[in-house]
Write a protein that binds this ligand. Structure first.
Ligand SMILES: NC(=O)c1ccc[n+]([C@@H]2O[C@H](COP(=O)([O-])OP(=O)(O)OC[C@H]3O[C@@H](n4cnc5c(N)ncnc54)[C@H](O)[C@@H]3O)[C@@H](O)[C@H]2O)c1
Length: 327
């Protein structure tokens, strides 16, 4: 029975950023979540999607429940690759958080910032197990939101010194260098070819557009022995022969990967070695030798968002941030 006291907290993009959760906080929340996932103590169906306008546009529904974090909810997130032509972000959407005890919605929040940060934190959680701990050189292909947040997240866990930055849009590289270099005290080297952001790098992050049919720019022989790669844009950037040079191809959720394969993505990828839950829960070893080439192809999970949203909500409540709305 609805009462007059039922209400929810609305957090706009500006409200969400004002909470000032740090990347370190988010990485630790993701660690807890992936451990619970590895122990089989989470619930998350593969994400259904619709595709307005066709092409590579999507809007996905992403529900998840993480009992250990008292978290339940759903993200409704859009990815529209052509949005930049309208001056709009690639990724936009809303997240609804529910009270797991009653099912009532307790918050609605903008999900752009959470998506930017938790995706990068998932790269870091994977890299902690799959990259060489002394990794100091990072290649970024696609210097937008994910290029920046992935650099931030890897800088939390690794002794980064140099970032080689490539983007088809030179202004994106300039903006990346202007922001990242002073903020994290890193040497940012703009490079003119994708190969220069791959060869010679300890870690490589590809974060351009997600395409059903990969442009497959990165060729076999480009990435070094001992390197780690995070495929934020799925397999779009990688030629299948380059992917097959990996010793360990990991993902964040196998059922979701299979779901994507059924709808036409990932048509030529190596066999999956482990999911991130298995690595974090210690069920499978990560990197075992310095020479292995390792890949994390994280698809982005509803659980990533639900690992972060309750803390964001609670800190917003404590700090008096946001707008209360009646149900
Ligand atoms: N796996 C996940 O969990 C997850 C989550 C969020 C976003 N993503 C994906 O990450 C990608 C980047 O998202 P974003 O929010 O950073 O977008 P963005 O628009 O901020 O940045 C994308 C950048 O890629 C550049 N680019 C386009 N084609 C390129 C190419 N061939 N080589 C190099 N750079 C190229 C663009 O100029 C732009 O600077 C998107 O594909 C998005 O769908 C994945």
């Amino acid at each position: 029975m609805q009462t007059k006291t039922n209400r929810l907290l609305y957090l706009s993009y500006a409200d969400v950023t004002r909470v000032e959760l740090t990347m370190t906080d988010i990485i630790e929340s993701m660690e807890r979540m992936f451990r619970a996932k590895g122990e089989g103590k989470t619930e998350m169906p593969p994400k259904p999607g619709i595709h307005p306008g066709g092409g590579d546009n999507f809007i996905h529904a992403m529900p998840a429940y993480i009992p250990a974090m008292n978290s339940a909810g759903i993200k409704w997130v859009s990815g529209f690759p052509e949005n930049f032509k309208r001056g709009l972000p690639y990724i936009t959407g809303l997240l609804i958080l529910n009270d797991p005890a009653t099912g009532l919605p307790i918050a609605v929040m903008d999900c752009e910032w959470i998506t930017a940060m938790r995706t990068a934190a998932a790269t870091a959680v994977a890299a902690r197990r799959l990259a060489r701990p002394e990794s100091s050189t990072l290649g970024i292909l696609g210097c937008g939101v994910q290029g920046k947040t992935n650099t931030e997240a890897l800088n939390v866990l690794f002794p980064l010194k140099q970032v080689r930055a490539y983007d088809v849009n030179p202004e994106a590289v300039r903006s990346f260098a202007r922001e990242i270099s002073p903020r994290f005290d890193l040497e940012v080297i703009p490079v003119d070819t994708p190969k220069d952001a791959v060869t010679g790098c300890d870690m490589v992050v590809t974060a351009g557009p997600i395409l059903k049919k990969p442009h497959a720019t990165i060729q076999a022989g480009w990435w070094d022995a001992g390197a780690f790669a995070s495929l934020v844009d799925f397999d779009s950037y990688w030629h299948p022969d380059a992917l097959k040079e990996t010793d360990k191809f990991c993902t964040d959720d196998v059922p979701q990967l299979r779901h994507y394969q059924e709808v036409g993505y990932f048509q030529d990828i190596p066999p999956v070695y482990a999911d991130l839950g298995e690595l974090v829960a210690g069920k499978k070893p990560g990197r075992e030798t310095p020479a292995e080439r390792t890949i994390a192809c994280n698809l982005g999970l509803a659980m990533d968002d639900m690992a972060v949203a309750p803390t964001l909500y609670q800190r917003a409540v404590d700090a008096g941030i946001g707008t209360w709305l009646p149900l």
